[in-house]
Write a protein that binds this ligand. Structure first.
Ligand code: MG
Length: 110
């Protein structure tokens, strides 16, 4: 399921089904999910720790490191999908609204 043919709703359904089968919903409060998201972001940082910017660009081409980074990106995405499911916040609409705010906050250089 590549990005080009997968919707956010598809991903939300995948993680919803995974959690439902395991009866994890009672643990999926917004607080718990936000905390889990923060810890997964920390795991995503780990492969890049202490690297220069150039080294961080190179590391993504190492097959072992690339898989580790992909795993953590997937964990972060999973938590985002859970948070969207459990808050009812539509991610696409939230992103579009935030980009409108960002256009005002960060105008392009003259
Ligand atoms: Mg992880």
């Amino acid at each position: 399921m590549p990005d080009a043919t997968t919707t956010i709703d598809d991903l939300k359904a995948v993680v919803r089904q995974f959690a439902a089968v395991r009866k994890w919903e009672p643990y999926h409060s917004p607080k718990n999910l936000a905390m889990a998201l923060a810890s997964e972001v920390g795991e995503l940082l780990e492969p890049f720790r202490w690297l220069t910017c150039e080294e961080s660009r190179e590391i993504v081409n190492d097959p072992v490191q690339r898989e580790a980074i992909a795993d953590e990106l997937a964990d972060v995405t999973t938590l985002l999908m859970h948070l969207s499911n459990h808050t009812g916040i539509d991610l696409s609409e939230a992103l579009r609204q935030k980009m409108i705010k960002n256009e005002v906050k960060y105008p392009p250089p003259a």
